[in-house]
Design a protein around this ligand. Structure first.
Ligand SMILES: [Fe+2]
Length: 199
């Protein structure tokens, strides 16, 4: 007797470590701080108690190096997924900062009209809240049997601890949120969306 198994429809989350991120982060943090000083109210999206900037930070002069890093990482994903970049190009459509103080979080959401989304961590103190992803197969939650332990096939949710200088990329349709910041220190990140331009 023999058996085999196929695992179809995997959902990727890519992570990248940015080299020498300290210098980049200090420039970006200065810019975000200046932005927050002149836009204290911020925008209201998924943020609960946190501050959300305007969404065009990728157009700012001091964000150029950051956008180059995004492009490089996005290309790596595109090649892995065998996307045909002769037929379309990928562009950063939006980029915004999130500043979560103590008890701030982000509710579950996805990013419509985008193909890839990402986040980059600038300040990630201990217990500042992970980025969690929910199982994108809602029907799989209809009947949940007890398990000895959760594994890749049964996990209802996964959480990524943020690390400064790390960038995550994921499909924009994947539902996600940010856990509450239980630290006394601020959690600061940059998020962005990638769109498609037909050639
Ligand atoms: Fe998001």
């Amino acid at each position: 007797m023999s058996s085999s198994r196929n695992d179809w429809f995997p959902t990727p989350v890519w992570h990248f470590t940015v080299d020498n991120y300290q210098q980049l982060n200090s420039i970006l943090l200065q810019e975000i701080d200046a932005e927050q000083q002149c836009d204290r109210q911020g925008e209201k999206w998924s943020n609960v108690l946190g501050w959300h900037s305007v969404n065009n930070l990728h157009e700012r002069k001091h964000f150029y190096e950051f956008t180059q890093i995004i492009h490089k990482n996005v290309l790596e994903v595109a090649h892995f997924l065998r996307w045909d970049l002769q037929k379309f190009s990928l562009n950063i459509t939006t980029c915004w900062a999130i500043v979560n103080g103590k008890l701030a979080s982000n509710s579950v959401h996805n990013h419509p009209n985008s193909i890839l989304s990402g986040v980059y961590y600038l300040k990630a103190p201990e217990n500042c809240g992970g980025l969690f992803f929910s199982d994108p197969r809602p029907a799989s939650q209809m009947l949940i049997p007890p398990v000895v332990e959760f594994n890749l096939w049964t996990l209802p949710k996964v959480s990524y601890k943020p690390y400064e200088g790390t960038m995550l990329l994921f499909p924009s349709w994947l539902l996600h949120g940010v856990e509450m910041n239980m630290s006394e220190e601020t959690r600061i990140s940059l998020s962005f969306n990638i769109g498609m331009i037909p050639k």
